[in-house]
Write a protein that binds this ligand. Structure first.
Ligand code: NAD
Length: 258
C-alpha cells in the first residue's frame, strides 16, 4: 500500500525539496501552502511527474485551528492514515523586541509552533493504530541558539524542539519517531527580505548581501540546499532511522558548532 506523507508549507522552498525526496521514495504526497494558482499547479505537476500516485493539495491556513481540524479529519476519512507528517510551514519577521508587532508574534507562534501541535495530535491516533509513523519538525538553528530581532521566531523554534522531544517520548515504543531538523541559511523566499535588507544596509548587490549573511553565521559559507534537507527527511523515514527519535539535527554548515 502506498503510504501518505503530508508536507506542510510545500508550495515553496524547503517544503518542495522534501516533497520531491519523499515522492521519489514512493510516498503519496499531500501538498499544503499558499501561492498563486499557477505556482501551485506547477508544483503539483512537478511532484506528480515523479510520484506513484497523484499528489493531493490542501490549501489550509495552518494558523486557524478549526481549519486544521476540518482538513485533517477529512484527509484521514478519505485517504487513510498519514504515515509521514512533516511540519515545515513557517514564516519569519524581524524587529527589535520592544517594537515587535503583537499580531506578528501571534502569527509566528501559531504557524511555527502551534500548528505542529495540532497536526501531530490529529495524525497520531491512526499512526498509533498502524504502529508506524514518522514526524519531522522543521525547526531551525534558531531552535538551538538565538539571533537579534527574531524573538518570536527563536521562541517558536525553541518550542518546536521541545515539542519534538515530548512527542518522541510519548511514542517511543510504538515504531513512531519524532525529530527536529535545524537548518542554517537556506536560500528560499523566507530569507529574501533579510538578504535585500543586508544588501541595502551595506549598499552592495543582493548576491553580496547573501554572502554577507553567510559570512556572519555559517562557517561553510555556502547555503544549505533544499535537496540536502529533503534527503535527510527521506532517511529519517526509513527503518534504518527507527532508533533516531527526539533528536534535533543541525544542517547548518557549522553555525551551531561555534
Ligand atoms: P518559504 O517561504 O519558501 O516557504 C514557506 C511555506 O509555508 C510556503 O509554502 C508557504 O505558502 C507556507 N505557509 C506560509 N504561511 C502559511 C499558513 N498560514 N498556512 C499554511 N502554509 C503556510 O520558506 P522556507 O525557507 O522553505 O521555510 C520552510 C521551513 O524551514 C520554515 O519552517 C522555516 O522556518 C524553516 N527554516 C528555513 C530556513 C531558511 O534559511 N530558509 C532556515 C531554517 C529553518
Amino acid at each position: 500500500m502506498v503510504k501518505l506523507a503530508l508536507v506542510t508549507g510545500s508550495t515553496s522552498g524547503i517544503g518542495v525539496g522534501i516533497a520531491r525526496s519523499l515522492a521519489g521514495a514512493g510516498y503519496r504526497i499531500i501538498l499544503n501552502g499558499f501561492g498563486a494558482p499557477d505556482i501551485i499547479d506547477s508544483v503539483l505537476s512537478e511532484i506528480g511527474a515523479i510520484s506513484v500516485l497523484e499528489p493531493i493539495y490542501i490549501g489550509t491556513d495552518l494558523t486557524n485551528v478549526s481549519s486544521i481540524e476540518e482538513a485533517i479529519s477529512e484527509l484521514l476519512a478519505t485517504e487513510g492514515p498519514v504515515s509521514v507528517l512533516v511540519n515545515n510551514a513557517g514564516i519569519q519577521y524581524t524587529a527589535p523586541l520592544e517594537e515587535f508587532p503583537v499580531e506578528k508574534w501571534d502569527q509566528i507562534v501559531a504557524l511555527n509552533l502551534s500548528a505542529a501541535f495540532h497536526t501531530t495530535r490529529l495524525c497520531l491516533p491512526p499512526m498509533k493504530e498502524q504502529q508506524f509513523g514518522r514526524i519531522i519538525n522543521m525547526a531551525s538553528v534558531h531552535g538551538l541558539v538565538a539571533s537579534v530581532k527574531k524573538s518570536a521566531y527563536v521562541a517558536a523554534k525553541h518550542g518546536l524542539v521541545g515539542l519534538t522531544k515530548a512527542t518522541a517520548l510519548e511514542t517511543a515504543e510504538l515504531n513512531i519517531t519524532c525529530n527536529a531538523i535545524c537548518p542554517g541559511w537556506t536560500h528560499t523566499p523566507l530569507i529574501e527580505t533579510q538578504i535585500e535588507q543586508r544588501a541595502s544596509d551595506l549598499n552592495i548587490s543582493e548576491e553580496e548581501g547573501g554572502r554577507a549573511l553567510l559570512t556572519e553565521k555559517q562557517p561553510s559559507k555556502r547555503f544549505v540546499t533544499t535537496s540536502q534537507l529533503g534527503e535527510l527527511v527521506r532517511f529519517l523515514c526509513t527503518e534504518e532511522a527507527s532508533q533516531i527519535t527526539g533528536a534535533n539535527l543541525p544542517v547548518d554548515g557549522g553555525w551551531t558548532a561555534q
